[in-house]
Design a protein around this ligand. Sequence first.
Ligand SMILES: C[S@@+](CC[C@H](N)C(=O)[O-])C[C@H]1O[C@@H](n2cnc3c(N)ncnc32)[C@H](O)[C@@H]1O
Length: 246
Amino acid sequence: MREIPQWTNDMAIRQWGAMPRTVLEQTEHGGDFAKRHLINPVLLRMLGDLNGQRVLDAGCGNGYLSRMLAERHAQVVGVEPGQSLYEFAVERETAAPLGIRYVQADLCALPDLGAPFDAVVASMVLPAIPDWTGAMRACVDALKPGGLFVFTVNHPCFEQLWPSWREHGEYRTRRYLAEYEIPGPSGVDFHRTIATYLNQLVSLGCQIAEIAEPGLAPETAADGPDGIDAYVHLPNFLVVAARRGS
Ligand SMILES: C[S@@+](CC[C@H](N)C(=O)[O-])C[C@H]1O[C@@H](n2cnc3c(N)ncnc32)[C@H](O)[C@@H]1O
C-alpha cells in the first residue's frame, strides 16, 4: 500500500480518468442505487430552489448531478479533470444540451470560472484528492459571500459498510484515526476523520448549516442489491452543508 505523501493529484486523476465507458453509462441517469436513494434527495433539499442559481459541480464525474441541477434550471459549471469522465460529460451535453459548461481542470489549479457561485457541490470528491485541503479551499473561494457549500463523503466511520456487513452481519473496523488509502475499482480514495473535514471547513471561515447521515428506508432496501439492508441501520454517507462567511 502506497503511503499518502507519495500521492499527487495527477496520479489520482489519471486513475479516475481511466474509468471505463460501461461504468459511466451505468450511472449516467441519477448515479448508482445509493446516490439515487441516499445522496441526491439530501443534496437537492439542501440546495433548495435552484432556479437561476449559479452552481459549481466540483469534480462532476460523468455529469449526472450537473444534468440534474440544470434540469432544475440552475446555471451549471461542471469541473472534472479525469479524461474519460470529462469526455463523457461533454458528449452528453452535446447530444442533449442543458446549457452546462464543462471545464477540464484539477480543483487545485482552477482557471477563471467567471462570476462567483451561489452554491458549490462536491459530491464524493474530497476523499479522491490527495491535496484535499487545497480543493476545499478552491470550492469555498469560488462562492459568493454567504454562498452554500455542500459536500458528501463516504461516512468516515463506516467506509467499508457494505462488504463488512455482508461478511460479518455487522460493521467492523480496526482503524479510524490514521489517514490511509482506500483502493477502489475506479480510483483511489483516502480516509480522513470527520473532525479533519469539519475543522478544515471552519478554518476556512465557513459556518456549518447542516450535517446529514441519511439512512435507507426499509421498503427501499427490499428492492435493492444483496446486503443493502446495512444502509438501513448505519449511514454510508456524510453530507455537510456550510455557508461561506461574508
Ligand atoms: C467518486 S467520483 C465522484 C464523481 C461525481 N461527483 C459523482 O458523484 O458521481 C470522484 C471524482 O473526483 C474527481 N477528482 C479526482 N481528483 C480531482 C481533483 N484534483 N480535482 C477535481 N476532481 C477530482 C475524479 O476524477 C472523479 O470524477
